[in-house]
Design a protein around this ligand. Structure first.
Ligand code: PLP
Length: 427
């Protein structure tokens, strides 16, 4: 009921016209961004009132969930908290019936705060801090991954009743963020680890893998499922009671149908229906749901490097790579600036006005703090204008710092473009 109330409040935030007219989800997000940005008077506001802010469309998260269910109905998502631990996202995940992939004590706490049972958490970090492991035991988080012998001894000493998933190595060579150089047991080592776990009287119940975040080659899933099957068989022969396969993350909205098709076929071929399948999607759920608006705090006139006879401008925003644009550094993203509000360019006028070349910078004193080295935008932008950036939901706010005294905790305005969500939100 709380959520239903929230939902109608969210919708009302956009005005009644939002529901009645045929606005697209993007139109709705833009409308809210503009409304909020227009409220700021940069010439008179208090420090921080002009800070960057997000609009989060929970309807988009919901649509991604429905898309998941349609294409990968057999696979239960355990949302990767690290990707975006926003409390509303976590709340929605809990209410959708999803589990949580947590990698630290703080993430376990965030997941538990949604009110879910600890059995809906997997501590998916193969190299765990001892005190966190004791904490996992205390709060009843039993499922966890491992990929090396030392971790098995650690678990034996600390939490011998844990339910273990052997994380195996994958070919992640086509992914944006490679993980296999850091985690995953090779197929050669896997049997020894399974034997050791058996000798230590530890329970291995599953296999896990991750094909790398932002993976591009769906065949990585096929190979990983084949390898997982082999390891399953080896584990069963040794005497482990295997019941779950964890196919990790690596899904993205752009390629989901292609990936899920290949994964579904592989699962059908190699894993009979009595084996439970879980996954740890992060980016897939939230990347598109968050749009960020940032304010132009300064501008510098420079010759256009491509044509020195023309002017170009350096724009300085109040958010950069040390803040929400941390995805440029850590997640290899290239966020694209678009004009939200400009004193000189109403959106209709900007359509036909001439474009001007800009480079876009963050607010810190570091030269590395660059968002875009060159972009052509319509019309002349000034201090006080606003830009916006779509697809800012994954690996952004969660890895922001407070370097130079700038905020790492920006406002999020929650909306739902999914009118059908009110039924969903009534749990
Ligand atoms: N699971 C583990 C163990 C991870 O390390 C990550 C990301 O680094 C994820 C899940 C989430 O991956 P993605 O955002 O690609 O779905």
């Amino acid at each position: 009921n709380d959520l239903r109330r929230d939902h109608s409040a969210l919708v009302n935030h956009g005005g009644d016209d939002v529901l009645q007219s045929q606005l697209t989800a993007k139109d709705l997000v833009l409308q809210i961004l503009k409304k909020r940005a227009a409220e700021v008077d940069v010439d008179n506001c208090d420090p921080g009132e002009e800070d960057a802010f997000y609009v989060a469309d929970m309807g988009e998260v919901y649509r991604q969930h429905m898309r998941w269910k349609m294409n990968l109905g057999r696979v239960k998502p355990f949302y990767a908290v690290k990707c975006n631990p926003d409390p509303e996202v976590l709340r929605l995940m809990a209410q959708l019936g999803n589990g949580f992939d947590c990698a630290s004590k703080a993430e376990i706490d965030l997941a538990l705060q949604t009110g879910i049972d600890p059995s809906r958490i997997i501590y998916a970090q193969p190299c765990k801090t001892k005190s966190y492991l004791r904490y996992a035991k205390e709060v009843g988080v039993k499922q966890m991954t491992f990929d090396n012998a030392d971790e098995l001894y650690k678990i034996k000493a600390t939490f011998p009743e844990a339910e273990l998933y052997l994380r195996i190595l994958t070919d992640d060579s086509t992914s944006l963020c490679r993980l296999s150089m850091k985690f995953g047991a090779s197929m050669d080592i896997a049997p020894q680890l399974l034997e050791l776990a058996h000798q230590l009287e530890l329970k291995v119940v599953g296999v896990s893998f991750h094909v790398g975040s932002g993976a591009e080659d769906p065949r990585a899933f096929l190979k990983a499922v084949e390898d997982a099957r082999l390891v399953f068989d080896q584990a069963s022969e040794i005497g482990h009671e295997m019941h779950t396969l964890d196919v990790g993350g690596g899904f993205s909205g752009d390629t989901f149908e292609k990936f899920s098709g290949i994964l579904s076929d592989a699962l059908e071929t190699y894993f009979p229906p009595h084996i439970r399948i879980i996954a740890e999607p992060g980016r897939y759920y939230v990347a598109n749901a968050f749009t960020l608006a940032a304010n132009v705090i300064a501008r510098r006139d420079v010759p256009d490097p491509a044509d020195p006879s023309r002017d170009a401008y350096m724009l300085y925003l109040n958010d950069g790579v040390y803040g929400n644009f941390s995805n440029i550094i850590f997640d290899h993203q290239h966020p694209v600036a678009q004009v939200l509000l400009s004193a000189d360019n109403t959106s209709s006028k900007s359509q036909d006005s001439e474009t001007i070349a800009y480079s876009i910078w963050g607010p810190t004193c570091d030269g590395i703090d660059v968002i875009t080295e060159r972009i052509d935008l319509p019309g002349l932008l000034n201090t006080g204008d606003w830009l916006y950036f779509e697809e800012m939901g994954a690996y952004t706010k969660c890895s922001a710092t407070r370097f130079n005294g700038f905020s790492d905790n920006h406002e999020v305005i929650y909306i739902s473009s999914e009118t059908g969500a009110s039924a969903l939100l009534d749990y």
